[in-house]
Design a binder for this molecule. Structure first.
Ligand code: CP
Length: 303
């Protein structure tokens, strides 16, 4: 069974194929009046989101529709999980009612890996706790590839709450596999030196990153995963770690800015930067649909 559980163990060949396919699909969709292809006609894709999501959920739903598949959207508050049904049994139900693949967003690290062991359909990780968010990693790579022809030789800075960021982990795995250099920086409580085990270099201030990067990815402060003692005030955070307009002005001329969103505007990124000329944050979201279309075709082994 061909799952997508993370970018840590994906081969560079499969990663490059996914990026190529996503770019091709983007071109194909743009050329169709209906914006629809029929590559997955007759298939049903279960979207099992047990943690909140806007971008990932809607872009998977749109990816299904663009490919002619039926999205089966799960709502935790209107399902039998509210009566205590386990995740494994819920997933088995979705498989038995006819889902051809299952997309899972869950707060538990390894939850998609567990389902992949009990289901006979492909499982796609749409974010598991602080572990990985591989489809976000793909859309980040696709957005970078839209601006820079080669990953080899690129330097990408990832700044903020690296410790709790599945986005940072997946992006780092993908970028390192394709030959890019990755610099992590964040407050001491949110950026442990052990993170260099992921293949990134760790810097101690945002200013040590800014002048060196081709791409700067700012991360969201994940209040839902932080203890009260792990973070100073938002004002202090912006002062030391925020991508302010002054800092953005020190980026190299060609450098672009990414953020997985949702953004804490005025904290990790200023409005003027998020909406400014270097920002590729909204194109990132648009690329999410095509990255997820490519993943659905890949996991369902549709040529
Ligand atoms: N970037 C991201 O995963 O956003 P959502 O939580 O809205 O899906």
């Amino acid at each position: 069974m061909r799952h997508l559980l993370g970018l840590r163990d994906i081969s560079p060949e499969r990663l490059l194929q996914l990026l190529e396919r996503a770019a091709e699909l983007r071109t194909q969709v743009a050329a169709q009046d209906s914006k629809r292809l029929s590559l997955l006609r007759g298939k049903a894709i279960s979207l099992l989101f047990v943690e909140p999501s806007t971008r990932t959920r809607f872009s998977f739903e749109m990816a299904c529709r663009r490919l002619g598949a039926e999205p089966l959207v799960f709502s935790a508050s209107h399902s039998s999980t509210s009566k205590g049904e386990t995740l494994a049994d819920t997933a088995r139900v979705l498989e038995r009612v006819g889902a051809d693949a299952l997309v899972l967003r869950h707060k538990g690290v390894g939850a998609p890996h567990q389902l992949s062991e009990i289901l006979k359909i492909p499982v796609i990780n749409a974010g598991d706790g602080i572990n990985e968010h591989p489809t976000q990693g793909l859309l980040d790579l696709l957005t970078i590839r839209d601006h820079f022809p080669e990953f080899e030789g690129l330097t990408v800075g990832i700044v903020g709450d690296v410790l709790h960021s599945r986005v940072a982990r997946s992006a780092c795995f993908g970028l390192r596999k394709l030959g890019a250099r990755v610099l992590f920086a964040g407050p001491g409580t949110l950026c442990s030196p052990d993170l260099d085990a992921l293949g990134a270099e760790v810097r101690h201030t945002i200013d040590e990153v800014i002048a060196d990067v081709d791409v700067l990815m700012m991360l969201r402060i994940q209040r839902e995963r932080l203890g009260a003692s792990m973070l100073a005030s938002e004002r202090e955070y912006r002062h030391f770690w925020g991508l302010t307009s002054d800092r953005a002005a020190r980026l190299r001329d060609h450098a672009i800015v990414l953020h997985p969103a949702p953004m804490n505007r005025g904290v990790e990124i200023d409005d003027a930067v998020a909406d400014g000329p270097r920002s590729r944050i909204f194109p990132q979201m648009a690329n999410g649909v095509f990255a997820r279309m490519a993943v659905l075709l890949d996991t369902l082994e549709v040529a």
